[in-house]
Design a protein around this ligand. Sequence first.
Ligand SMILES: [Cu+2]
Length: 119
Amino acid sequence: MKRTLPRRTAALVAAAPLVLMLGACGHANAHRSITSTLVSGATGYFPVNIIANKEDTLFLNVGNGTEKVHGFTIEGYQVAKTVDPNQTLKVKLHLGRAGTFKIFCQLHPAHQTATLIVR
Ligand SMILES: [Cu+2]
């Protein structure tokens, strides 16, 4: 039993550079949050920019800190959801396209927009 421990440790040490290499390739998990809230006295999103890398898997928590239902659409990524007041929606997205994509509320034209930036 005592002999298996050093072997396991050696395997972990051997795997560590592999994990680091995968991270360097840009195939990473990006965890971000965005919330509908009051921005300068009007309804908008905070933060106004979500930034991640191409080929990342984006795990996005979409919150709503207001008292109304709000929409959440990402142009170019076929995401169109609604979020109830004081709820958080989880959106998982593979970022296969680089560029700048408008985030907007499909329910309220006056709702200030945000931007998804995929580098
Ligand atoms: Cu809205």
